[in-house]
Each structure stands twice: as structure tokens, then as C-alpha cells.
Design a protein around this ligand. Structure first.
Ligand code: BES
Ligand code: ZN
Ligand code: ZN
Length: 510
């Protein structure tokens, strides 16, 4: 798929066309006859949001009616969702090339539609013998959009595609060493990005007891990948104005001018930690029934954080970020770690294992402690498919988030999250929960006695390892992988969180 910005005349255009219609101002450009127009208007009296297809000409007109009076973020999200409907119609008819006419719509509205169209066009089809129809050339008629903004957005969307592809790949085709190699290869081609891959020996010498324990039952070695992108070091450049490509089309202009709570400096990066369980069997506390299915997606946190860093580098954002990705699967052999094992983590904290299926927090603890000790972070943010309890609490409509000493970043994340519609809800971190993660025979336990507040106690466990460093925890268990189609996503990895964190990074300097 590729995009061209062009000034086209809808009435003389000779090809398939999507026409976005928010109000009467679009009427004069509309290539419909009087009868058709009356029909549309009558229908708009009943409902504002619908798609009507006209195919009386040699080409088809996909007429998209929407309500331009809704609150901005809601209107944009509805347009993204409508784009999925349109995409399905387009590809069902084999209409690969299409023009999008957006006369009389706001820039944010047409960008949202194009974003939805793009994200909807992704499918995991590399194993299909029959080819799947995709979009070809999309010509966008919206004078106020800039080509460089569209290009920057496309680079971001491409990173989202890559994230989704990694999440969708089965462990047989993407284990920890293979994923680390792939990340290193991408980093090697990106200006300003360095990649350090630590193998099992190095992880042993770092004494990362959590990552090593989870890996004990695996035939594949673990990896600990550290990606660093510095867009504000003196040799690289300084401010956003020097990077015309840095501004993507979303989030919209309303965000500009909101003060940044935690500006990054070259000496104090934002650390992004991602859970990289390439496959979660549960270990000796093995997942039963259908619960193991889809656990190839348990590395979505790592895929998300790598993708955010790469997107920032692609678009030369003036920020300094470090992504720390502990990678292993949690499979079983005769040497697998067992409940009752007591581990010594990277920072010296001891942890009793009560449940081998609470493995994510063990590998994340080492990575968070490593970030806190070695990088002087302005904030540590982790993304993890951490708890089934998060899905039970809020279903698949957002992220369960927690923070410690990070009120500012959390406020900003909520704000941009609502804008890009990758939303988060903050759960409490009251001190009373601390008791629940205290160990009998060691400092901490990895699974609580009571099943209550499972998402929060997991967050509490992680927060211990951040110490005094501002810390945000994003539990993406409900949104990283959709088991049925939702919004503009098919079944599978969504890349949910990338647009959120990218927008958060943009807020650091805007
Ligand atoms: N990877 C799972 C959490 C998960 C569940 C992600 C469903 C996506 C969908 C995690 O490692 C896990 O197994 N968590 C346990 C923790 C429990 C043993 C304390 C859970 O949520 O049941
Ligand atoms: Zn698990
Ligand atoms: Zn897991």
C-alpha cells in the first residue's frame, strides 16, 4: 500500500472513490445526481454514521457519512472503525486503488480515516496459500495534509505492522535468539540506534535470577536486548524544528502546548521495558484447557517497546530512549523451575516462586532493576501482557495502568491515550497491597495467596524493583492480541500501545 497526496476533482475522477461527508459543505464536490443526493439526505435525517456504495458508473463511490459534531477523539475513532468497513468492501470487490476525497472535513478526521484504513489493511497472511487482497495506491485529496506528515505517519504504521507480525508469529518461528537477531539487524540500519544483545552467559554474569529461572525449562537460550536511541545527543541534533518528519498527523493540534512533566535529557532517558515471553506454557503450573492458546502473544510488550523505539528513530524524534527487553519462553523440560524455588534477582531481592505461571513479573523485575541501576531514567515505563485479571477487570477496551512516583507521566499518558484512542485507566497502588506480595521465606512472593486485585499486586511486585525511580506499569493483557475482530483489527496482534507511547514521546518536546 502507498499513499499519494493529490488535488483531485471528485466530479471528473475516473476511479474508485471514498467520499467523506461530515456536513453540507462537502455537497458541491460530490459526484452524485439529485435523486441520489436526496436519498443520502433523507438517510442522514435518521442516522449520521453509515456507508453507502454507488456503482452506477464504471467505478464505485463509497459514500461515508459521519457525524461531524461529536467530541473530537470519539469522532476520529468512529472514522477509524468506519474505515475498516470500507476496507472490507473494497477488498471484497478487489478494488485495490482508491481515492479518498475529504472536502470539508478536518485534517484530524481525514487522518483518522486513513489511519483506520491502513491499520485495517494489515493481516497475518504469510502462511496462507491463497493471496489476501490488500490496498494498492491510495490517493488522498486533502489540501491541508502535508506529505511529510503522511510519510512520518506511514513509518509509524509500518512499525505497528512489524509489531503485529512478531506477535502473530508462532514460537516455532520466532524464539528468543531469533527475535534478538532480528532486532539487532533492524537497529544496525537505523541512525542513532545501538543494540546490545546479551546471551545466556552474560545474563548469568549479570545474575538476573528471574530471567534465568524462567528460562531453565527451555531448550532455547534467553536473551536480554538493550536498544538505545538518542535523538538529543549533541552530535545528532537538538530540537524538533530541525526534523520536519517528526510530526505525525496524530495526535491532533489540541495537544500542542501542554507542558511536559518529565522532559528527557541526554543524561536521563525514558526507559521502556517490555515483557518478552516468546511463549507462555505456564511452566510446571501448566496452563490447562484452552488457556495456553494464543500465548505466542506473551512477548507483545517487548515487541511494542522495540517498535516504539524504532518509530522514534525513523522519524528522528528529539528524545532519548532505552528499550530493555528480557526474552525467553517458559517451556518445560526436566530442569524447569519449580514452585517453592527461591530466586535471587539482579538487584539482590529474593523471591519465592509460588506459581511458575506468574513468570512475566520475574523477567521484568530484572529488567526494571537493571534500568534503574544503569541508566538514571527520568521514568521507567513497562508494557506487559501480565495478568488475566486485567482482562476480567476492563475487558479488551484499554490498558490497566499503575504508577509509583510518576503522577506527571501518568497524567500525560491518559491525555494522549484518549486522543489516539489507546486508552488507559489508572488502578490504585495503596500501601495495603504491599503485604500481599511479601514472602514467607524470602523478601517477596511472585503470586499472592488471595486471588483478589491480581493486576494491582502484579504491579506492586514490579514497582519494588523500580525503587525511587518514577515508574509506570501498563498491563496490556486485554489489548495486545484480539481473539475476535475489534475496531479496525482482525484477529491477532494489534500493536496497541505503540501510538500511545509515540504520542507520549512527542509530548516530551512539543
Ligand atoms: N501471560 C499471562 C497473562 C495473560 C492471560 C495474558 C491472558 C493474556 C491473556 C501471565 O503470565 C499469567 O499467566 N498470569 C497469571 C498470574 C497468576 C498465576 C498470578 C494469571 O493472570 O492467571
Ligand atoms: Zn504466565
Ligand atoms: Zn505470561
Amino acid at each position: 500500500m502507498n499513499y499519494i497526496l493529490d488535488n483531485i476533482n471528485a466530479k471528473s475522477w475516473d476511479g474508485n472513490m471514498v467520499f467523506l461527508y461530515g456536513d453540507e459543505s462537502a455537497e458541491r464536490a460530490l459526484p452524485l445526481n439529485r435523486k441520489e443526493l436526496e436519498m443520502i439526505k433523507a438517510r442522514r435525517e435518521e442516522e449520521k454514521d453509515f456507508v453507502e456504495v454507488f456503482d452506477r458508473l464504471p467505478w464505485r463511490l463509497y459514500f461515508v457519512s459521519f457525524d461531524s459534531e461529536r467530541e473530537a477523539a470519539d469522532a476520529q475513532e468512529r472514522l477509524r472503525c468506519t474505515a475498516m468497513k470500507v476496507l472490507k468492501m473494497l477488498t471484497a470487490k478487489g478494488d485495490a486503488d482508491v481515492a479518498v476525497c475529504a472536502e470539508g472535513t478536518l485534517p484530524e478526521e481525514v487522518s483518522a480515516f486513513v489511519e483506520g484504513l491502513t491499520l485495517a489493511d494489515y493481516s497475518f497472511d504469510r502462511y496462507m496459500s491463497k493471496p489476501v487482497h490488500h490496498l494498492g495506491t491510495v490517493t488522498i485529496d486533502a489540501m491541508y495534509l502535508k506529505q511529510e506528515e503522511l510519510d512520518a505517519s506511514m513509518r509509524l504504521w509500518n512499525r505497528i505492522f512489524w509489531c503485529r507480525e512478531w506477535v502473530n508469529l508462532p514460537v516455532a518461528d520466532l524464539n528468543a535468539p531469533a527475535f534478538a537477531d532480528e532486532l539487532a539487524a533492524i537497529a544496525a540500519d537505523l541512525e542513532g540506534v545501538t543494540c546490545t544483545v546479551m546471551d545466556k552467559k552474560q545474563i548469568e554474569s549479570l545474575r538476573m535470577g528471574g530471567l534465568l529461572a524462567v528460562n531453565k525449562g527451555s531448550v532455547d537460550e534467553p536473551r536480554f536486548v538493550v536498544l538505545e536511541y538518542n535523538g538529543i545527543s549533541s552530535e545528532f541534533g537538538t530540537r524538533s524544528s530541525e526534523f520536519p518528519g517528526a510530526a505525525t498527523m496524530t495526535p491532533n493540534s489540541e495537544l500542542r502546548g501542554v507542558p511536559s512533566a518529565q522532559p528527557t535529557t541526554p543524561n536521563s532517558p525514558i526507559c521502556l521495558v517490555g515483557k518478552g515471553i516468546m511463549y507462555d506454557t505456564g511452566g510446571l503450573n501448566i496452563k490447562t484447557g484452552d488457556y495456553m492458546c494464543e500465548m505466542k502473544s506473551d512477548m507483545a510488550g517487548a515487541a511494542t517497546m522495540a517498535s516504539v523505539l524504532f518509530a522514534a528513530a525513523d522519524n528522528k524524534l528529539p528524545v532519548h530512549i532505552v528499550a530493555l527487553l528480557p526474552l525467553t519462553d517458559s517451556r518445560l523440560n526436566g530442569n524447569a523451575y519449580a514452585p517453592d524455588d527461591i530466586l535471587t534477582m539482579y538487584d539482590g531481592t529474593t523471591v519465592e516462586v509460588n506459581n511458575t505461571d506468574a513468570e512475566g513479573r520475574l523477567i521484568l523485575a530484572d529488567a526494571i532493576a537493571y534500568a534503574a541501576k544503569n541508566y538514571n531514567p527520568s521514568v521507567i515505563i513497562d508494557a506487559a501482557t501480565l495478568t488475566g485479571a486485567a482482562v476480567r477487570a476492563i475487558s479488551t477496551f484499554g490498558i490497566a495502568a499503575m504508577q509509583q512516583n510518576a503522577d506527571g507521566p501518568m497524567t500525560m499518558l491518559k491525555l494522549v491515550g484518549n486522543q489516539v484512542y489507546e486508552r488507559l485507566v489508572e488502578f490504585p497502588m495503596w500501601r495495603e497491597y504491599d503485604e500481599m506480595v511479601k514472602g514467607e521465606l524470602a523478601d517477596l512472593r511472585n503470586s499472592t495467596r488471595s486471588p483478589q486485585a491480581g493486576t494491582i499486586t502484579a504491579g506492586k511486585f514490579l514497582a519494588h524493583f523500580a525503587g525511587k525511580v518514577p515508574f509506570v506499569h501498563l498491563d496490556i493483557a486485554g489489548v495486545a492480541y484480539f481473539s475476535k475482530p475489534q475496531q479496525y483489527y482482525r484477529i491477532g496482534g494489534s500493536g496497541y500501545g505503540i501510538r500511545l507511547l509515540y504520542a507520549f514521546l512527542q509530548m516530551q518536546y512539543k
